[in-house]
Design a protein around this ligand. Sequence first.
Ligand code: FAD
Length: 398
Amino acid sequence: MARLAQTAGLTEIQEEILSTVRTFVDKEIIPHAQALEHGDTYPADIVEGMKEMGLFGLTIPEEFGGLGESLLTYALVVEQIARGWMSVSGVINTHFIVAHMLKQHGTDEQKARYLPRMAAGEVRGSFSMSEPELGSDVAAIRTKAVRDGDDFVVDGQKMWLTNGGSSNLTAVLVKTDEGAEKAHRNLTAFLVEKPEGYGEVAPGLTIPGKIDKMGYKGVDTTEMVFDGFRIGAGQVLGGRTGQGFGQMMDGVEVGRVNVAARACGIAIRAFELAIEYAQQRRTFGKPIVEHQAIAFKLAEMATKVEAAHLMMVNAARLKDSGARNDVEAGMAKLIASEFCAEVTQEAFRIHGGYGYSKEYEIERLMREAPFLLIGEGTSEIQKTIISRGLLRDYRTRG
Ligand SMILES: Cc1cc2nc3c(=O)[nH]c(=O)nc-3n(C[C@H](O)[C@H](O)[C@H](O)COP(=O)(O)OP(=O)(O)OC[C@H]3O[C@@H](n4cnc5c(N)ncnc54)[C@H](O)[C@@H]3O)c2cc1C
C-alpha cells in the first residue's frame, strides 16, 4: 500500500462517485479554499457544483429523487470534500442529518413534502439541539413548545446552528410537556420552515447574524431566537410528541461518522502537505525528510490517518447493515478527531516558520481541526457513550 485511506470492497458506482468528487475537490475546491476561507465567504459556486453532482440527494432514496447511496458512500465523499476544505462538508452535513431523520422518522406526508426538494438542494436542512446554556447535556433543553389549538407556541433560544442562516428547514429539538419522569422523554423535534437570511425571518423567529469563529469559516453558524413563534402540529417530526430525543440521537449517530470522515479528510490533507514540504525544504545539506526525526513523524502521521480511516469505514458499514453503531461511531469520532488534531499539529511543525504564515494551507487546517474535537459531542462525551456501551456487553453478572 502506498496511497493512504483506500477502501476495500467498494462497488463500481461508489468508485465512480468518489473519483468524480475527488476531481471536483482538486479542481474546484482546493485552489479557492484559502481565499474564500480568509474572506469568510460563503462558497456559493462550489455549493452549486455540489447540487449539480446530486450530492444533496446522495443518501435520499431514489423514489424521492435522490441517489439512494449508503452512509459509507456519503462518509467517503465527505472525507474527500474535507480534504479540500472542511467548511464545504459543513454545508452538506446538517442537510444530510435532517434528510436522514426525515427518511427514518418522518410521516409519509413529511417525506413526500420535503425529501424530493431536499434531493434537488432546494430545501436545505439545518439541525438544532444546542442552547446557550447547554450542548453536551441535551436533556436539559429549555426552549419550550406549548400546545395552543392546532398549533404549538415556541419560546426560547438556540445556539450554534451550522447553516442557521443559509438553510430553509431546521429540525429543532425543544421541550414539550409530556409529564414523563425522564427529562429526555419530554423532548420533541419540530420541522421549522423559514426563509434563508438573517433578522426576524418569520413572526416570532429571529436569526441574529453569523457567529465570528476561529475557523470553519465561509459556512454560517448562528443563534435562533423564538419569541411566541407559532408552528402547526403537523410539523412535529413523525407526528408524535415526546419522540424527539431518540430521533435526534439517530441523526447524531450518522453525524458522528460524518465528523470522523471530516477529521480523516483534514488529516489526509495535512499529511499530503507535510510529505511534500519535507521533500522540498533542505536543512544541513539535505531535504528534511532525510532527517530521521521528520521521517518518523511522517510514518506516525500516516499510521494515524490509516487507523482513523479504517475505524470510520467500519462505523459507517455497521450503520449501513442496520445495526446500532453508537459505540463504533463514538470510537471512530474520538480517534479520528484526536488523531486529526495531532497529525495537523505535526504537519504544522514540519513546515517550521512557514506553517505560521497565512500563505500556507496548514495554517487553515490548524484552525479547523479543533472544531472536530467539539462538534457532534466532545471527546469526553464520546468516552461516556463508549464506556456505557461496553458495559451493555461486558457487565459482570451475579
Ligand atoms: C462551530 C460550531 C458549530 C456547531 N454546530 C452545531 C449545530 O449545527 N447544531 C447543534 O445543535 N449544535 C452545534 N454545535 C454545538 C456543539 O454540539 C456543542 O458545542 C458541543 O456539543 C459541546 O457543548 P458545549 O459547547 O455546551 O460544551 P459543554 O457541554 O458545556 O462542555 C464543556 C466541557 O465540559 C466537558 N463535559 C461536559 N459534560 C461532561 C461530562 N458529563 N463528563 C465529562 N466532561 C464533560 C465537555 O467535554 C467540555 O470539555 C456547534 C458548535 C460549534 C463550535
